[in-house]
Design a protein around this ligand. Sequence first.
Ligand code: ZN
Length: 352
Amino acid sequence: MFQEALKELQYISTQVGLPIEYTQGGGGNTSVKLNEELMAVKASGFKLKQINPKEGYVVVNYKNIMEFYNNVDLSLDRDYEKESTEFAKANVVEMEGLKKLRPSVEAGFHSILLKYVIHTHPVYANIVCCTHKGRELMNEIFKNVDFGFVWIPYINPGFSLTLRIKKAVHDYLNENDKFPQVIFMENHGLITTADNPRECLDLHQRVNDMIKTHFGIAETYPKIELDKLDENKYVSRTEYLKIYLKANKIGLDFFDRNVLYPDQLVYLNENISLGGMDNKLNINTETGEIIYLTNESEAQTMEETLLACIYVIDNINRLGLPLKSMTAEEIDFIKNWESEAYRKSLVKSLKK
Ligand SMILES: [Zn+2]
């Protein structure tokens, strides 16, 4: 059942899931609506590039999830954050031969968009999304395009983010008579949505390409290289990182001052040691050398996340833009969020 739609889901997921400039580690998610009720959406803890008709996704009743968001009454004093996660989990539909997994924590906003949804954390879109000038830049770069787009100021992921996107889509539709198919999320990433898979992919590509052109980014994104030194010991051979870390002599507060988005917190911040060898990700600030003390899968995820963060920070600084970091309160929410703890617990077991 639904073979064709699932193959399309696999196609869009690999197209945006393989390039590490678009997707790092287990970040990002995709979905396809299978009929009037059912939606296949990435499973939490899976990588986009691992999705195929047999695994990596779950099927949920998106109609129910949509109704949940249509009917919430915020005047009631309820833990909607928790309830919405429970509700999404309770609306997973068992499919023959498919493992019953948890849907992506972002299944909420997938439910309220068009048939195909691509959500990634692309370094190019995130140059725009991680500066105080983001909204202004978006309006300038995309002033002549034929598609609709909206800006979502940073808000806690999960329940709050879904409600905020729902309102932005609603307002945009009222004013413009067309669906906003491109959504920029401050300190987070990009969403594109369409009723056909090619268009959804094409929008994702166009948005990133237009940002590259606007900023004059012509070089290809750095390649990642990890060498195995020992069991659970890897060294980074990624030239770009080594050069940056050596030249910029980053201090202890570097990663705390520059918190770009939740995935940086989930995969990097607590695992970094500067000048020591006592954590999973150890940076020698004199030489720029990076040693990972963990398995290959986790080292790979960390290296991809680190490269993306440094690349975005480097470009924002180079362009003279004011970097916008997440606030202490926003950081606290992510650190205490049960859904993220769950996602984090899966990172070691992710296949390459
Ligand atoms: Zn995301």
